[in-house]
Design a protein around this ligand. Structure first.
Ligand code: NI
Length: 270
């Protein structure tokens, strides 16, 4: 793939890493440097998603500290516990803080969870957090791993009036089309760049650029040519390059439209 070089005097490209985790322990020593490397690469905005109450708290703190750094707060399905009104209140209170723009990441993970009771718990807190997002007029960021049927069924029933993104999309064409019908966004990350990716590039070709979000899900799943390394927001540019190559458009156009999409969904202000 040809890498486009930004020439002096050409408009500067800006990217948004719409789903990342600088609140992960793997970044505990170098958040500042990582944010700086992102900016150098044109990734002027990024959104840290929470998994637990503790990681949501840290995402909120980072959003307050760093310009261009936003946060989502929520309980990830792998971290599911029986939430109470107090937990709802805590999440809601955080959404009043600076640059907190979403409830996420929330959803279902049947890859790691085989116990039917615990899967039901995941479903309960997924619906609960969708309800919270509706009350707060916030979008949701959804994780779905090997739970496509139930995830889509819950979204159709419970999230009619809640905008959102299916993050790290791994479903079928049909699922992508269903999500587009709901007015949803499709999030793509490192796996799009992997050599063995077959179905996902075809889906990305099919999905209108206006409905795609680029993300890293750092620190995991670094895109080619950084595969195997610790992933970081700067690398979202490789995901954007792959989207541009698949769609046969310029990197500049990809940057512009995906940034516009992130603004539209998350209402990014600065
Ligand atoms: Ni994530």
């Amino acid at each position: 793939m040809d890498i486009e070089i930004v020439k002096p005097g050409s408009p500067v490209m800006e990217f948004v890493d719409t789903h990342t985790h600088l609140n992960d322990a793997k970044f505990k020593d170098d958040v500042k440097e990582t944010v700086e490397r992102a900016r150098q690469a044109g990734v002027t905005r990024l959104i840290n998603m929470g998994d637990t109450l503790a990681s949501s708290a840290l995402a909120v703190k980072l959003a307050a500290e760093y310009e261009g750094v936003y946060a989502g707060v929520g309980i990830h399905p792998e971290e599911a516990f029986d939430m109470t009104g107090r937990d709802d209140d805590q999440l809601a209170a955080w959404t009043e803080e600076k640059r907190v723009v979403a409830i996420g990441e929330i959803g279902l993970d049947y890859y790691w969870e085989k116990d039917p009771d615990k899967r039901r718990l995941q479903q309960r807190i997924f619906v609960r957090q969708i309800d919270l997002a509706r009350q707060l007029h916030l979008p949701i960021c959804v994780h779905d791993r090997e739970a496509h049927g139930d995830t889509l069924a819950i979204l159709k029933k419970e999230a009619k009036d809640v905008p959102g993104v299916m993050h790290c999309f791994s479903g079928s064409y049909e699922m992508a089309r269903e999500l587009l019908k709901l007015g949803w966004f499709i999030g793509v990350d490192g796996p799009l760049t992997f050599k063995n990716a077959v179905k996902l590039p075809e889906i990305v070709k099919d999905v209108p650029l206006e409905r795609l979000l680029i993300e890293t899900d750092a620190p995991y799943m670094a895109p080619v040519p950084m595969r195997g390394k610790r992933n970081e927001p700067a690398f979202v540019t490789y995901v954007a390059q792959k989207v541009a190559a698949i769609k046969g458009i310029s990197l500049a156009e990809t940057a512009r439209q995906t940034t516009e999409n992130a603004r539209e969904l998350y209402g990014l202000t600065d």
